[in-house]
Design a protein around this ligand. Structure first.
Ligand code: C2O
Ligand code: CU
Ligand code: CU
Length: 381
């Protein structure tokens, strides 16, 4: 990677169970890559699925202005779909002239995050995406936005969820409305209508309204369709949980209000969120704050998460994939993931085997939330 920006940066490979040295977190896993410098990212991807990458420095600006991309790891034995389509969701904060508006406003950072003004799919406004009539499609949705939650829906059109945040589900699940917060992904399968010229609409469902994000238009297939059916993707090689012997840790996500303490330079610092009563202090070459938790390598842990705030938070863990076990807000059929969207006042349990040694960030993926307190890391040693 060659940094041709005017500011330091790093690249984080979101969802990859990577070697800590390649995780791309400044100060925690590597030195920031200065303008003009380069860094060799060299790693193995143990899991197949839909992942993504983005800087982990100056994130409000660097992600907000578009430094995000899909990272697809193919299955060893690729399932046969007629088409595999990426749907990258991202909004842009632009004024009418197309200039960037301020990317973060404190009054929104203290709430659900500062939203974009122009909604796009793969960089276009409501695109029409061609797909073969009668074909079996895999759609990979990626929420590449800094703040927004999408409530994905195809209304009554038949489709099945086959992976959540890159991880295959054991059996395909009927797709209703599925929420994906910032940083989250969803893979679904659907069969295009048999006749060409027919559209399948993909919506963001807000309240009772359905708002079109993009549409798939069936076109006469160029080649013979495969005779595939909807089936589960092969499982990724995750270690087996040992729940009987698991140790439980508690994490409370709280709204700190407008604390606005003054930093060493006398500048007002916006701190709105805390994890276990502690707001992320920020780090630099000279000081890395203490971890939120220290875990023993190889042991199973249950994290009890409590979102004690009036806003939703997509809570993400680096370097590991956890199993979502339960929630007090909904019926959960356990599934694997790297990010859990906690709705307000929700309590949920996740579990994982701490099998990847390192210092792994654990934070909200609403970029402004992580910048104003909702961030920390766990050490596995
Ligand atoms: Cu997409 Cu720290 O993560
Ligand atoms: Cu990540
Ligand atoms: Cu948040």
């Amino acid at each position: 990677f060659v940094n041709k920006l005017h500011k330091a940066t790093t690249i984080h490979w979101h969802g990859i169970r990577i070697d800590i040295k390649m995780d791309g977190v400044p100060f925690l896993s590597q030195a920031p890559i200065q303008p003009g410098e380069s860094f060799l990212y060299d790693f193995v991807c143990p899991d197949a699925g839909t992942f993504w990458y983005h800087p982990h420095m100056h994130s409000v600006e660097q992600l907000g202005k578009g430094l995000v991309g899909a990272l697809i790891v193919e299955e060893n034995d690729p399932p046969s779909f007629d088409e595999d389509i990426i749907i990258g969701l991202k909004d842009w904060r632009l004024d009418r002239q197309g200039q960037f508006l301020p990317l973060s406003l404190p009054r929104h950072a203290a709430r659900a995050g500062t939203m974009g003004t122009v909604e796009t799919v793969n960089g276009k406004i409501k695109p029409v995406i061609n797909a073969p009539a009668g074909g079996l499609l895999r759609l990979r949705f990626l929420n590449l936005d800094n703040s927004r939650v999408y409530h994905l829906s195809l209304k009554d059109f038949e489709s099945y969820i086959i992976a959540i945040d890159g991880s295959p589900v054991k059996t395909p699940r009927v797709m209703g409305t599925h929420d994906i917060g910032a940083g989250m992904r969803l893979d679904i399968v659907l069969r295009m209508p048999e006749q060409s010229g027919q559209d399948v609409l993909i919506y963001d469902k807000k309240g009772r309204g359905h708002f079109e994000l993009c549409r798939l238009q069936s076109t006469a297939p160029l080649r013979a369709l495969k005779k595939a059916t909807v089936k589960a993707l092969p499982a990724n090689p995750l270690a087996t949980l040992n729940l009987e012997q698991a140790e439980t840790r508690h994490f409370a996500f709280e709204w700190a209000g407008a604390l606005s303490p003054v930093d060493s330079a006398g500048k007002v610092k916006d701190v709105f969120w805390t994890i276990n009563r502690r707001a992320w202090e920020g780090m630099n070459a000279a000081s890395v704050p203490a971890p939120l938790a220290t875990l023993a390598l190889g042991k199973t842990y249950i994290f009890e998460l409590h979102n004690a705030t009036p806003h939703g938070h997509p809570i993400h863990m680096h370097g590991l994939i956890f199993t979502v076990l339960s929630s007090d807000k909904r019926e959960i059929e356990p599934f694997e993931s790297d990010t859990i969207l906690l709705e307000r006042n929700e309590r949920a349990k996740i579990a994982f085997v701490a099998d990847n040694p390192g210092r792994w960030m654990f934070h909200c993926h609403v970029i402004e939330h992580m910048k104003t307190g909702l961030m920390g890391y766990i050490t596995i040693a």
